[in-house]
Write a protein that binds this ligand. Sequence first.
Ligand code: C2E
Ligand code: MG
Ligand code: MG
Length: 715
Amino acid sequence: MTETDWGNGVDSLGERSDAWNRLVSILPGDVLVVDVEGVIHHVGAPIARVSGYRVEELLGRSVEVLVPPDARRAHLERRADFLRDPKARPMSLDASFRLQTKDRGEMTVAITLAPITVDGELWVIAAMHPPTSASEDAHERQRELAATLSFVTMLAESEERFRLAFEANTAPMVLADINNRAIAVNESFCQLIGRSREEVIGADSSAYTHPDDQTISATVHQRVLSGDIGEATYTKRYLHRDGHVVVVEVAKSAARDAAGRILYFVISQRDVTEEQALIAQLSDQALHDHLTGLANRSLFEDRLAQARARGRRHATMGAVLLVDLDDFKGVNDTYGHLIGDQLLVGIARRFEMVTRDSDTLCRLGGDEFLYLADDIASPHEATEIALRLLAVLATPFEFDGIRIDQRASVGIALYDAQSPDGDCIQEADVALYEAKRERRGASVVFHPSMRQSAVSRFSLTQDLHVALASNDLTMHYQPIVDLATGTVEGFEALMRWHHASQGWISPEIFIPLAEQSALIVELGRKALREALSAAATWPAPSDGRASPSVSVNFSALEFHDRGIVQLIDDELAESGVAPERLVVEITERVALFDVTETLATTRRLQEMGVRVALDDFGTGHSSLSQLAQLHPAILKIDKSFVSPHHSSADLEALLEAVVALGAKLGIEVVAEGIETSSQLATLRTMGCGHGQGFYFSPAKRADLVPALAEHVFNL
Ligand code: C2E
Ligand code: MG
Ligand code: MG
């Protein structure tokens, strides 16, 4: 016997259409297919075997070769009869058929006939099987065969009918058998999942179904099969061959025979990948901040409302934390919006690291973030969350070699089951304002008493106009001490605003406000004029030292104003103060705003005898080469190094390095923000020349300066 005889199947005659091949591939083994002339075009191996032929021997022969000579005439008639009107007898069941074997033997088999149209031609499918003695078995077997053949017939007819509708359909379509295996698929489906017909036919969809959706198809299939539901529409995901996910909307319905038995399934699908992506994107855009991907205000408010409702039901408490970056505008001004954006994203990522799963983090816009702490045990826990958020900012950010030290302040609003339906975000904003007013880098919990003092930043700017015109803005002076002798070398002029209803307002709040409007130029001029006219009155110390110097801070807009050198020259002349007594303080950010111009202005000022101090050194990002080039007379080490929130060996090493650097470059070093005697001791050991800070004295009213100037501090 040859392979073909025993091979699991079948062979056919010549080249055939896809529809034919598909049909043949699902035929049971014990059938043969003949054309209207009775020529055998397909034969299953089992039939060939029982008849003693090889498959190839039967292909192309008349079916009558399998009929004993004396029965051929009757067979021809029966066939003609059947073909005359096959539709009238779609299924011909005949329990007995005399089969002649190759060796001219004879046997009786049961046969079932079905007409079928493929590619516009009529064919007859004959299913044979040995007759069984038990009539029940025979009947059952026949019924089974009839079902199979009716299925195959319907399918073939469908092929015909569907050929255009199915094949040319742009909608991906699949026909599946009752075991959910694909019998036919159209081109559109193959394209959808990036696989060939051969790969798909005969198998279920698990090979190209998304792992998370594996059970959906099976479940739906079972429900339709069991008659639970007549038709199913559902959404599932396929995996395209190239790995991308394809989302489809599936409509699955069963085709049934007259008795209501399911023959096969028609599964039509709609590719909704883009649609879903768009919807997701839209809802994402509607609910998320596009820069950082964090929740936006509307999503946050939604979560907050839910959290508050939960809080009322379960009598729990929660908190809203409003985080505002300190002087973020400076980053944008100095490095541009691209770096500013990168910084915001970087901060968002760090905040996320300390956001609990149950909490919501949101970017409110600009440099403000919101944190919803759902279900906290005590107000203390809210403060701890604030500390965690602030702590992740302690490590400087670095972008393209630019190091940015970003701090923030936090306003906290608490709510519990009893609290009225107040606006937590607004309360947090009021608390934030207090946090900034008191000290940056801090957090403050809202208290109703704060409400009275809360005014919008807008009205604050309005008030600043008025303050400039009146005497509400005054200069205070903080001594700068010689750390070797304890004597006062000079004073830094710091502006103070005493607001009629709000009390003292920090320059950290109103200087940025003034910078946003053109007010800063006027404000700067006032500071310089007032400081110089005060300095003009300071007597030289009685011990013969020179009169104290006066340091005036300049913001970016002032320092980079074209008339700056002229203005300083004029004001010096007006006040009669020697240029050598004036120190112009600019921060690194101001210096780097326009390095070339900074160099030119600094040179002209130093030529006049006016010293330039690089303020807040260490928080900006000037390189050593820029420092050497600029060569300011004074370097003021930022207080974050001198009195850090968390001191560390690294910070101390850095501090020491800056002091050494100053000595090396011949730049006078002033340590800012000395608060304790141990900080002072450390600085003195390092050889730091000058210092200022609360340890010695905060900034004092002008009338207190002469006495301070004579004071010698104990070191
Ligand atoms: P700055 O120039 O670095 O001034 C030093 C700041 O540190 C002052 O804050 C001072 O009060 C504070 N300070 C002094 N000793 C200590 C200490 O031991 N510990 C701590 N934690 N802080 C200490 P202030 O007065 O709030 O001024 C803040 C900033 O506002 C100044 O920083 C300066 O950049 C700006 N500023 C103040 N006055 C003027 C002004 O007239 N014009 C301009 N353009 N900016 C000004
Ligand atoms: Mg300063
Ligand atoms: Mg400073």
